[in-house]
Design a protein around this ligand. Sequence first.
Ligand code: IMP
Ligand code: MG
Length: 182
Amino acid sequence: MTSSEKETIKTQKFDLLYPQDQIARRIAELGSQISHDYANKDLVLIGVLKGCIIFLADLVRHIKLPVEMEFIAASSYNGNMIPESDVSMMGGPKSSLTGRHILLVEGVVDSGHTVLTLTGYLKRLEPASIEVVTLLDKPDCRTDEIKIKYVGFKTDNHFVIGFGLDAAQKYRNLPFIGKVID
Ligand code: IMP
Ligand code: MG
């Protein structure tokens, strides 16, 4: 990264898109829906790092079931806002997933390529089911056909930051979601 690019990142401008209280209310709704849908099922949440972290931490505290948490690291954006053609994966669940119900937890779904790649990989472990929950969905950006069971907010085709989502690894700690402006 050049020094002028670094300067841009330091001074990233954004508009507020989803404030904290609205996100909190929506996550509580998702949590109770998931608690209802998975009652009496062996549920394993698999968080997609790093974008899932804040969302998953909040969501899991609204799920009133004895869930397990696992994590997998995936990356398709190479430190900036330009999508790469492929997804790299690291880590992954340590316990057996055979016959169990997997809920993949994402911060944002864009092209769908990350979710498609991860669900393809996880299916080979023969779970009872695989579904996806994402805080944000950008359906207009979709190139891969995927099914997402739970969506926090549907949003337009713009780059968002905060609540776990980054621009060049920064801004994940914003407690709200902002829309990047040029
Ligand atoms: P997909 O594979 O194109 O669906 O992209 C999903 C991944 O790209 C997410 O897990 C994010 O890491 C990243 N991404 C996509 N859109 C955004 C955005 O607006 N802000 C931050 N990260 C994004
Ligand atoms: Mg990223």
